[in-house]
Structures are given as C-alpha cells and as structure tokens.
Design a protein around this ligand. Structure first.
Ligand SMILES: [Mg+2]
Length: 211
C-alpha cells in the first residue's frame, strides 16, 4: 500500500534510503563518469551521501523542506567541484521552496522538482539537450506538475519514470556542457553520469513512498 503523503520524519528516512542507494551505486556512477569524464562522480557522490547521513542523523525535523535543505548543504560542504555545487543546489533550492510544509505530498514533490531544477539550471547554466543532469531533472519536474493532485506514491513513481526516460534520452545527445563537452560526437551512446544519479535518486524516493 503506497503512501498518500510523508511526514517530516518519513521524508528524512526516505533521504537516508536515497543516500544508502547512491553509496551502493558508487561503482555504477564511477563507470558512467569514466566513460565520458574524469571518473570522480561516484566517489564524490558517495562522500556527499555519507555527509548527508551524518547531517540527517543529528537533527529532528518538523519541516520536510528543511530535510532537503540539510541534504543540499551537506552535499555542498563535503563534495566540492561542479557536482557538489549543482546537486547541493538541487536539494537546497527545492527544499527552500517547501520549507514551511509539514508533509511531503505530490504538490510538494512537484514544487521540489520544479524549484530544484530551476536552481540547477541557473547555477550550472545547462539547458535541456546539453547532456547533463538537467536532461533527467527537467522531464521529472514537468511530470511532477502533471501529477501534483495524486497520492505521493503515484506521483513519485511517475516522476521517477520521467527521470529514467530522461537519463536514457541523454545517451543520444551530443554533450555541449558539463563533463563530456570536449568529446563532441564521441559522447554519443552513453548516458550522462549526473542524469544516472538523478534517476537513482528519483527511483529510490518512489520505492520508499510505495512501501
Ligand atoms: Mg567528473
């Protein structure tokens, strides 16, 4: 039986599950970045998610937005580099937009992905089609707006599906920003590592809400 909405404590538990899943996926993310970039994405995300777990364990949360803001700040301060800045911005901007919410429902999920994606695009400068994490995030945000009146379990499942489709679509893009921009057409055939991370994050959120 899926969840209608999540409390702040459940939202915290969901993000701990996300952190565990990303840490477990370190080899996958390393390989994805090694194919097109310098290969540091997996280790960077693993470091960020270990900091996230520490931050989330040390605080009691009454606002769902503050859970995500705490995730973002932990990533920014621990990861360094472009990934730390843009993934940190995703969670901080998305969380800030719902900082007064006590529950995480589909409407909050829609706002989180919309404002988080806007933050990433502003901070990182990537547009759709540049073969970056934005190519998984923007479809997720657009889907979120369509499903904002559903139970959060169904909304997150739809959002995760859109993020996965966006990750797959990034395989057919020629990089014009980010890790692979100097490769040109040689970047074809592989997904962007940041888009792979986004898809894992969204899928783990959906799996948590489904249980
Ligand atoms: Mg890299």
């Amino acid at each position: 039986m899926g969840k209608e909405s999540l409390s702040a404590t459940e939202t915290r538990d969901m993000m701990v599950a996300v952190a565990d899943k990303i840490i477990e996926a370190e080899p996958i993310l390393t390989d994805a970045d090694r194919a097109l970039g310098d290969g540091d994405h997996g280790v960077g995300m693993e470091r960020g998610m270990n900091a996230v777990k520490e931050a989330l364990a040390s605080e009691e949360f009454t606002s769902v937005g503050k859970v995500f803001m705490s995730v973002g700040m932990a990533m920014m301060s621990s990861m360094g580099g472009a990934s730390g800045a843009v993934f940190g911005t995703l969670f901080r901007s998305g969380g800030k937009a719902i900082k007064d919410s006590e529950t995480f429902g589909a409407a909050e999920a829609a706002t989180f992905f919309k404002e988080g994606t806007d933050g990433v695009m502003t901070r990182g400068g990537a547009k759709p089609g540049d073969k970056t994490m934005v190519d998984a995030l923007l479809p997720a945000a657009e889907k979120g707006a369509e499903v904002a009146d559903q139970p959060v379990c169904d909304a997150l499942a739809a959002i995760a599906g859109a993020a996965a489709a966006g990750r797959d679509a990034s395989e057919d893009m020629i990089a014009t920003m980010g890790r692979a921009k100097t490769l040109g057409e040689k970047s074809l055939g592989k997904p962007d590592a940041g888009a792979v991370s986004v898809a894992i994050i969204a899928k783990t959120m959906a799996d948590f809400a489904a249980s």
